[in-house]
Design a protein around this ligand. Structure first.
Ligand code: HEC
Length: 118
């Protein structure tokens, strides 16, 4: 293999990595759902089983979610639902005692999917 060929291969291999980085910077509701909700991070934070790092990660994901536009439902409802989610995640990150109760309510899948998931 010539070094030129190797360089081309290396460049091609870098493409998917840069796409993945772009994903990290610009998350979608779907990607946040997967990481924060479907894979159990929300439950972990809500039941107090998350590390400080995980709680911070969850808070960041909730803040990012709040900035996104849902594919369905009105903006006011989204603002309200995601605000209580961010507040609950903040409470958890701060180690407040009422955080689990707040999170159980704010992370209710159905009450948000009903109005906002197509
Ligand atoms: C604050 C609102 C909100 C909460 C809370 C919420 N979701 Fe979602 N979720 C959404 C929206 C909006 C979509 C639709 C995204 C789209 O189609 O672009 C969605 C989509 C999804 C999807 C589909 C993703 C895909 O790739 O199509 C899964 C899985 C999911 N949510 C899991 C959950 C689970 C599990 C919970 C509860 C533990 C939960 N969500 C709580 C707003 C929420």
């Amino acid at each position: 293999m010539s070094w030129r060929y190797a360089a081309v291969v290396a460049l091609l291999l870098m493409v998917p990595a840069s796409v993945a980085r772009a994903d990290d910077e610009k998350p979608t509701i779907k990607s946040i759902m997967k990481v924060a909700f479907k894979d159990g991070l929300a439950q972990k934070v809500a039941t107090g089983g998350a590390s400080a790092e995980e709680s911070q990660q969850f808070l960041k994901l909730c803040q990012a979610l709040k900035e996104l536009k849902p594919p369905k439902g009105d903006a006011e409802s989204w603002e309200m639902l995601t605000k209580s989610l961010v507040d609950a995640a903040q409470a958890a990150a701060d180690g407040q005692e009422d955080a689990p109760a707040l999170l159980r309510k704010a992370t209710n899948c159905k009450s948000c999917h009903g109005p906002h998931k197509p």
